[in-house]
Design a protein around this ligand. Structure first.
Ligand SMILES: O=P(O)(O)OC[C@H]1O[C@](O)(CO)[C@@H](O)[C@@H]1O
Length: 253
């Protein structure tokens, strides 16, 4: 069965940030021991900044919250500045009252990535599953590091990164270093098990991907199109990211 994601087109990135932070705070308030699925990349940076501010102002507590990140580069030690471990600590974990041991990322240094992927799936299940999964979208329609062609029944596993993804993320690496060629990522099936999904898209570079996700067939060629198989997806985007959407698009209301 397919579903039309709830599409909220907001004036700008600030409004997207405010609404995303509000939704995260709401799930924490409504769900004792809430389990968050977290994303990296440039898009959610402002959301983490807002959550940090709200926590510092005493408006929000992460005590008892658990979190699982979508992905991590393979072969980068956690302390590497471009690892998603470092990103999450720098931008979020080290500034809020989320307890060490309650946040999780895939193990990018695993000797056996298949076993590490299996353990990550078990840990998510043992936590009771993800209440709210935050997602960005790649310019090629990827979610997590599920690149075009990723099977919809995929689970946490080792994947090869598309050349365009490596190029898009190269600026996050110190001069002269290129991003790793592989990563560990939650699969599409893992993501679809979250009880609620919130996808953020800002800026004109995401306009084609958003249109491809919402128009045409649901197909692994556009990984984000799998989200139309989920009954509780909210897209928060700015006007630039919405600029390629047609009025006839099922999700545009
Ligand atoms: O928010 P950005 O930096 O545009 O990245 C979009 C997506 O690409 C990734 O960074 C992976 O390349 C995801 O983590 C993110 O959701």
């Amino acid at each position: 069965m397919t579903h039309a994601p709830e599409l909220t087109i907001l004036d700008d990135g600030d409004a997207v940030t405010s609404e995303a932070a509000r939704m995260i705070a709401a799930v924490i308030a409504d769900t004792p021991g809430a389990v968050l699925g977290l994303a990296t990349g440039r898009t959610p940076l402002a959301v983490y900044a807002r959550l940090r501010e709200d926590a510092a102002a005493g408006k929000l507590s992460f005590e008892g919250v658990r979190s699982f990140n979508l992905d991590e580069y393979l072969g980068l030690p956690p302390e590497h500045p471009a690892s998603y471990h470092s990103y999450m600590r720098r931008e979020f974990f080290d500034h809020v009252d989320l307890r060490a041991g309650d946040w999780h990322l895939p193990d990018g240094m695993a000797d056996d990535p298949a076993a590490a992927g299996g353990r990550y799936e078990v840990a998510i299940r043992q936590a009771g599953g993800i209440d709210l999964q935050l997602l960005g979208i790649g310019e090629n329609g990827h979610i997590g590091f599920n690149e075009p062609g990723a099977p919809f029944d995929s689970r946490t596993r080792k994947v090869a990164l598309a050349a365009s993804t490596i190029a898009a993320n190269a600026s996050e690496f110190p001069d002269g270093q290129t991003p790793p060629s592989h990563a560990l990522t939650m699969g599409i099936a893992t993501i679809l098990e979250a009880r609620r999904i919130v996808l953020l898209a800002t800026g004109s570079k995401k306009a084609k991907a958003l249109d491809a996700m919402l128009s045409g067939t649901i197909d692994p060629a556009v990984p984000a199109s799998a989200l139309r198989l989920h009954p509780a997806v909210t897209i928060l985007c700015d006007k630039e990211a919405a600029s390629c959407l047609q009025d006839g698009n099922a999700a545009v209301r």
